[in-house]
Design a protein around this ligand. Structure first.
Ligand code: F6P
Length: 328
């Protein structure tokens, strides 16, 4: 395997994340550095099925390290979930004489890669690209740090107006089934309470906590609600419940939504994406395949694909304790 890799394809799939462009750039430039051919595939697995390919050289990826989104575009492909779709994808890779594929995305992307690999034994390297930080085997995913900063900046602004009006704000953040964004941005923004799916605090306990903090002298409050939390799934209903049971506060709701997925990547995400992109090509040249390149204790590491989907990453109990103590 070691010297048989001559042509590599790269794609981005699933929800886009700031830093994906920096990762593509690193993959392309590391290919150029090693005199390997590199091909970009547009719209993730959709483009792979349709043969939407374009050769990329070192200059094709100029001026993108600072840009959010992904210039290769992304998609959540239904057709790639079918055997026929994956066969079409395989045929395109073979016709283009591509020896290996680098896929940048989240858990859905990795699931697709695992099935594809089982069926066609095609070398794939995955890079974790999602704002959710919910991939097992890497401390951080590309885009997560930028999303955290976006959320904190937004909540800082909400805090100003919450404070002026003595209001309570419920702020919904993304994370599908993972509370990482909510917990870390919540601590960083000084939230009163943080609702995450890993805890599912429940509305009664939330109400008790808000009453206690009101009694302790707080005049305004921010509650960060992860979209995956059981009561957070109906944030308007939660707001209604609070309005009915806590008249002292006027309760408002802000859903941050896709603002969290856009914007220029933070320096951390640019560096992480660059390290992982180079790590992907290094791994292929070492003869590795079917692994994700992640970051663990600040070291670039290879993690077998199967491990990346082994249960969700666990929420750090220490962070929960810090959130509880600092919001007193
Ligand atoms: O996985 C990233 C993510 O932004 C999740 O946090 C969110 O639940 C989902 O994607 C939204 O997906 P879409 O943009 O397809 O609605």
């Amino acid at each position: 395997m070691k010297n048989s890799i001559k042509k590599i394809a790269v794609l981005t799939s699933g929800g886009d994340a700031p830093g994906m462009n920096a990762a593509i750039r690193a993959v392309v430039r590391c290919c150029a550095y090693h005199n390997l051919e590199c091909v970009g595939i547009f719209r993730g697995y959709e483009g792979l099925i349709e043969g939407d390919f374009k050769p990329l050289d070192a200059r094709s990826v100029k001026n993108i390290i600072n840009r959010g989104g992904t210039f290769l575009k992304s998609a959540r492909s239904k057709e790639f979930r079918t055997k026929e779709g994956r066969k079409k994808a395989y045929d395109h890779l073979k016709n283009e004489s591509i020896d290996a594929l680098v896929t940048i995305g989240g858990d859905g992307t990795f699931k697709g890669a695992i099935v594809f690999n089982e069926e066609f034994d095609f070398p794939i390297i995955g890079l974790p690209g999602t704002i959710d930080n919910d991939i097992n085997g890497t401390d951080f995913t590309i885009g997560y740090d930028t999303a955290l900063n976006t959320v904190v900046e937004a909540i800082d602004k909400i805090r100003d107006t919450a404070n002026s009006h003595n209001r309570l704000f419920l702020v919904e953040v993304m994370g599908r089934d993972a509370g990482d964004i909510a917990l870390n941005a919540g601590i960083g923004a000084g939230a009163e309470e943080i609702l995450i799916p890993e805890q599912n605090m429940g509305k009664e306990r939330l109400l008790e906590s808000l009453k206690r903090s009101k009694k302790s002298g707080k005049t305004s409050s921010i509650v960060v609600v992860s979209e995956g939390d059981q009561i957070g799934k109906n944030i308007m209903g939660l707001a209604e419940y609070i309005r009915e049971n806590l008249e002292e506060y006027e309760c408002k709701v802000t859903v941050l939504g896709h603002i969290q997925r856009g914007g220029a990547p933070s320096c951390y995400d640019r560096v992480l994406a660059s390290r992982l992109g180079v790590g992907a090509i290094d791994a292929l040249l070492r003869g590795e395949r079917d692994v994700m390149i992640g970051i663990n204790h600040n070291k670039v590491t290879s993690v077998p694909f199967s491990k990346t989907l082994e249960g969700k990453t666990k929420i750090d109990e220490e962070l929960i304790r810090v959130a509880d103590i600092t919001s007193i």
